[in-house]
Structure formats: structure tokens, C-alpha cells
Design a protein around this ligand. Structure first.
Ligand code: PLP
Length: 419
């Protein structure tokens, strides 16, 4: 990957010098000194980005195939993102929710439009995915029903409510007791679902159309349809967490739109919604669901602030103008084709949709492969031991994806057998 190195790029070297001068020391060591260590050791210190690339403080360039974990929809420093942020900052940055602003209202209208939501639907803006799910949890409680169902392998965030909906024991155990009433069902098991919903006392079922953190595990269209059918029959809310799968990442504006007949009662968004600016949203479908939360029952200082809303409008507008939803589909198919063409026995296939993909390995070496990829100039990650996750900017090109696929066998070669 010598062409990925930018040691000969004067602009990059200049930037590195500036960065070193400013920091006056080893940033990684300073990080270790002052940060609460929940994230472990950072893999690199990054100093700038452009399009699908980022650069570290040594001037090395990386193809960002993770996009800040499915966030940087337009890549890095996209002109539309930069312009919207600057213009809004010069105009009106923050006002609190005692006041309305045009970007906030326009963003809500745009989301409802993209979601094909019926008249009387509504939006609550938050600042992250976990907060969007927190709002959805409260919405579910307002039904008055005591039980909530989530799925095994779910990930909905790290705040206490979202954590209560998250199945992974290692995340949950240190923080018990979590808000109660949540039960987990195996994803895909229609019989278990029907039995759990039968008593009619379940407030909501939470589900990710594609379970990203668990390793890019899509729910089958049939199971999603069963979810919709059974929740509707029993008066249970279907709440889809589209934090990772939404905003054109899976090739549709929202992943559930690929499945005929599946319209949720609520969905949560974040990540790509701001393309790198922190913003989340709870979108509810129809007046009855909207009426569950009334004045004073929820709130936020920053949610829907003009800066975030203006940037989000620019992100959504660019996706729409440039047809990045269709592009995501095409690029995803390109990736699948290219990986299949490797005929590498160490690769079992590719999961997911659009540009939310998991390359499945036959051995539990994904973490080592991700580390080797980073050394070779590619950012990917390993959400589980056998999966390499790709969630690149939606602007990624076929050529860029191909460079990674071409490098993959060499990366696999680097991992000692029996690892
Ligand atoms: N829901 C899903 C499906 C996610 O993938 C994530 C983050 O990875 C979250 C919720 C939490 O979002 P945030 O990290 O913005 O709180």
C-alpha cells in the first residue's frame, strides 16, 4: 500500500508539523493521562480528513471504510457539510427549546417526508442514538403496558434505558439494576414472538433491521413482516432502531423500506443523520403514537438545535441530490461481487445491505485482520471475532472499495495459522 502513504505529500507534511507544534508532545500519552479509559487505547491520532480519507499525525493516509462507525455519510469535510455549519453558526447557533427555528422544523418535515409517515406523525430531536432510544423507551412506557421486548444480539446504546434494551451482558452487568420489564427474544423466532405478544401486555418490540454492532446481522424480511403483523394484531408498538441502518446506509432511506408492508410505529435515528454532527431523532408514525408523549414529559437542551438541524438538512439534501441511496446499493453489490471473485476459502461471504456490510471469515481472526488493515492504510473494524465490518462514507467509489478487496488476501496471509 505504498501509494497510500503521504510522506511525499507536502500539504500533509505541513499539516503534521502544525499539529506537532500545537500539541508539543505525544498526544496518545496525554490521552492516556487525562481520559477516562472506557474506550481502551486509541489506534491512531487523526488530524484531518477529506472525502473517504483521513490522515494521522505521522502524515499517513487511510481509506476510511468505517466512516466513524456509519456516521460520515458524506465523508470528511464535504463542502455542503462545511458550508451549512458555517452559515448556520454565523446566523443562529443555539436557542434552547423555549424557541423554534426554521432548520429544526424543516428537518422534521423532511424526515417525515422521507419516512413516508402519515399525517399527524411527529419528531423529537436528541443528540445521539442512545438518547433517541431513551425517548423511544419513554414513549413505550406511556402505553401503560408493563413488558417490553428486545432481541438477542441487540445494541441500542449505553444510557440506562437504552442499555436495558441492549442484550450484551458485559455491557449490562456493571450497571445493574437497569430499568425493568425488558425481555429478550431470539431474532428470527416467530413462534417465540407470537407467544410473548399473545397476552396483550407488551408495550413495544424494539428491533434493529440490521444488527450492526452484533456483526451486521440482518433480520430476514419474513421475520420483519411477522414482527409488524403480530405487533399490529396485539396493539403493540413496533419500534425500529435505524440508528446504524438508516439514512441511506443500507440502500434505502431507512432499511425497513426494503421490506414490503413494514412501516414501524416509531423509529430512532442518529449517526448518518448529522453526517458527523451529533444529532439523533425519534420519529413516530401517526397521531395516536405521537399523542403518547405530552408537554413536559421529555426534554433536552441541545436536541434540534439550529446548528445540528442545518447540517442534517445539508446531509439529507446532498444524499437526495446525488442519489447516494442508490449509489450505496450499487457499491454494496460491487463489494459483494468483488469479494466473491476472490474465491478465498478464508472468506465465507458478505452479510448486510448497501454500505453496511460484514465480511465473514471462517476463522476468529477479525480483530487481527482489522489491525493489519490499519497498518496497510484501511480503517475497518471487527464487531465480532469472525466479522470485518465496513460502513464507509456513502460517497465511496468502486475503485476505493476494490483497493481494499484486492488487499484482503494479503492481510489474511499476515495472520498466523491457528490464531
Ligand atoms: N442503536 C444502534 C443500532 C447503534 O448501532 C448505536 C451505536 O452504535 C446506538 C443505538 C447508540 O448510538 P450512540 O452511540 O449515538 O449513542
Amino acid at each position: 500500500m505504498s501509494e497510500q502513504s503521504t510522506h511525499t505529500d507536502p500539504a500533509s507534511d505541513q499539516h503534521t508539523e502544525q499539529h506537532r507544534g500545537h500539541d508539543g508532545g505525544d498526544l496518545a500519552a496525554r490521552y492516556a493521562e487525562v481520559m477516562i479509559p472506557v474506550f481502551g487505547t486509541p489506534q491512531r491520532v487523526l488530524v484531518r480528513g477529506e472525502g473517504a480519507y483521513v490522515w494521522d499525525d505521522q502524515g499517513r493516509r487511510y481509506l476510511d471504510l468505517l466512516g466513524g462507525i456509519a456516521v460520515n455519510a458524506l465523508g470528511h469535510a464535504h463542502p455542503a457539510f462545511v458550508a451549512a455549519l458555517g452559515k448556520q453558526a454565523e446566523t443562529l447557533g443555539h436557542v434552547s427549546n423555549f424557541f423554534a427555528s426554521a432548520p429544526q422544523v424543516e428537518l422534521a418535515e423532511t424526515l417525515l417526508d422521507l419516512a413516508l409517515a402519515p399525517a399527524g406523525s411527529g419528531v423529537f430531536f436528541a443528540n445521539s442514538g442512545t438518547e433517541a432510544n431513551e425517548a423511544a423507551f419513554k414513549l413505550a412506557r406511556r402505553t401503560g403496558r408493563p413488558r417490553i421486548i428486545a432481541l438477542e444480539n441487540s445494541f441500542h446504546g449505553r444510557t440506562m434505558g437504552a442499555l436495558a434494551l441492549t442484550s450484551k451482558e458485559a455491557y449490562r452487568a456493571p450497571f445493574a439494576p437497569l430499568p425493568g420489564g425488558v425481555e429478550f427474544l431470539p431474532a428470527g423466532d416467530e413462534e417465540a414472538l407470537a407467544a410473548a405478544l399473545a397476552p396483550g401486555d407488551v408495550a413495544a418490540v424494539f428491533a434493529e433491521p440490521i444488527q450492526g454492532e452484533a456483526g451486521v446481522l440482518p433480520l430476514s424480511p419474513k421475520y420483519l413482516q411477522a414482527l409488524r403483523h403480530l405487533t399490529r394484531e396485539t396493539g403493540t408498538l413496533l419500534i425500529l432502531d435505524e440508528v446504524q441502518s438508516g439514512i441511506a446506509r443500507a440502500g434505502q432511506w431507512f432499511a425497513h423500506q426494503a421490506v414490503p408492508g413494514v412501516v414501524p410505529d416509531a423509529m430512532t435515528l442518529a449517526k448518518g443523520l448529522g453526517g458527523g454532527f451529533p444529532i439523533g431523532a425519534l420519529v413516530v408514525f401517526g397521531p395516536e403514537v405521537r399523542a403518547l408523549l405530552t408537554a413536559g414529559q421529555h426534554g433536552t437542551t441541545f436536541g434540534g438545535n439550529p446548528l445540528g438541524a442545518a447540517v442534517s438538512l445539508a446531509v439529507l439534501g446532498t444524499i437526495r441530490e446525488e442519489g447516494l441511496d442508490r449509489h450505496a446499493l450499487e457499491m454494496g453489490e460491487h463489494l459483494v461481487r468483488e469479494v466473491a471473485a476472490l474465491h478465498d476459502p478464508r472468506i465465507a461471504g458478505v452479510r448486510g445491505a448497501g454500505l453496511l456490510r460484514g465480511i465473514i471469515l471462517t476463522a476468529p481472526i477479525a480483530a487481527q485482520v482489522a489491525a493489519a488493515a490499519l497498518d496497510a492504510g484501511f480503517i475497518v473494524n471487527a464487531p465480532n471475532p469472525t466479522t470485518i465490518r465496513l460502513a464507509p462514507p456513502l460517497i465511496v467509489t468502486a475503485e476505493q472499495l476494490s483497493t481494499f478487496v484486492a488487499a484482503l488476501p494479503g492481510l489474511l496471509d499476515q495472520i498466523p495459522e491457528g490464531s
